[in-house]
Design a protein around this ligand. Structure first.
Ligand SMILES: NC(=O)c1ccc[n+]([C@@H]2O[C@H](COP(=O)([O-])OP(=O)(O)OC[C@H]3O[C@@H](n4cnc5c(N)ncnc54)[C@H](OP(=O)(O)O)[C@@H]3O)[C@@H](O)[C@H]2O)c1
Length: 198
């Protein structure tokens, strides 16, 4: 398969990249990439990368951020960071990617445990993760040519967060197990799934 991985130098994206490159033609993209630069907050940048690549069988996004602040510290503009990056970055990616993919292609987004479990200072991330879950549920039904849309919702990754300390009520998960869920998303015929691992 020809697979684009966005966020390919990050905690999650790098491990997905390393695992998939053994058996697939993989393109690793991120803002500072010399070969495949992309900024998911900018539609033109997304489009430019797809124009440069061959038709893809799969797109995996593991990029996108939001503000870490308590409810009392969050200002409207703080919310817009996550809305512009993790939320609309991934929504715009779906809109653009669908036109550059082979029939039955697979798009996998990344959300997280905060969509449904509370962690202090993570209100803005909870907001965008929940919105993406609703988007995936609805948008997956309207994608044509058999293109599938799923999201992986990981808990905190062990290493990024202390292994023995609960995050949002759950212990961190091992990156190897998280990568397996992204691989499941690639290979399943299911669409519209929220693939939780925590
Ligand atoms: N780490 C965790 O414990 C964890 C748990 C659950 C969910 N998540 C979610 O998973 C996603 C990835 O997290 P991570 O910890 O792997 O991130 P990370 O280690 O900070 O890496 C982010 C990756 O994305 C790229 N990137 C950042 N902003 C980008 C943009 N606007 N456009 C394109 N690429 C961009 C970065 O490279 P450049 O700087 O070169 O662009 C890097 O390759 C996030 O949405 C996060 O909320 C993470």
């Amino acid at each position: 398969m020809k697979i684009l991985i966005i966020g390919s130098t990050g905690t999650i994206g790098k491990s997905i990249y390393e695992s998939l490159q053994e058996h697939h033609q993989v393109y690793g993209a991120h803002r500072n990439s010399p070969s495949y630069p992309i900024d998911i907050t900018n539609q033109e940048s997304i489009r430019q990368l797809f124009e440069k690549l061959p038709k893809l069988d799969a797109v995996i996004n593991a990029a996108g951020t939001a503000s870490w602040k308590s409810l009392y510290d969050l200002k409207e503009e703080d919310y817009y960071l996550g809305i512009k990056s993790k939320l609309m970055g991934q929504v715009n990616l779906v809109h653009i990617a669908k036109d550059y993919m082979n029939d039955h292609g697979s798009i996998t987004l990344t959300t997280g445990i905060l969509a449904e479990h509370y962690e202090p200072n993570a209100v803005a991330l909870s907001l965008v993760n929940g919105a993406i879950h609703s988007f995936v549920n609805a948008a997956s039904k309207e994608l044509n040519r058999g293109i599938r849309l799923n999201t992986v919702a990981p808990g905190a990754i062990s290493g990024d967060f202390p292994k023995d300390k609960k995050f949002a009520g759950y212990f961190p998960v091992e990156i190897e197990d998280v990568v397996k869920i992204y691989e499941y998303s690639l290979n399943t015929t299911n669409s519209g799934q929220i693939l939780k691992i925590y």
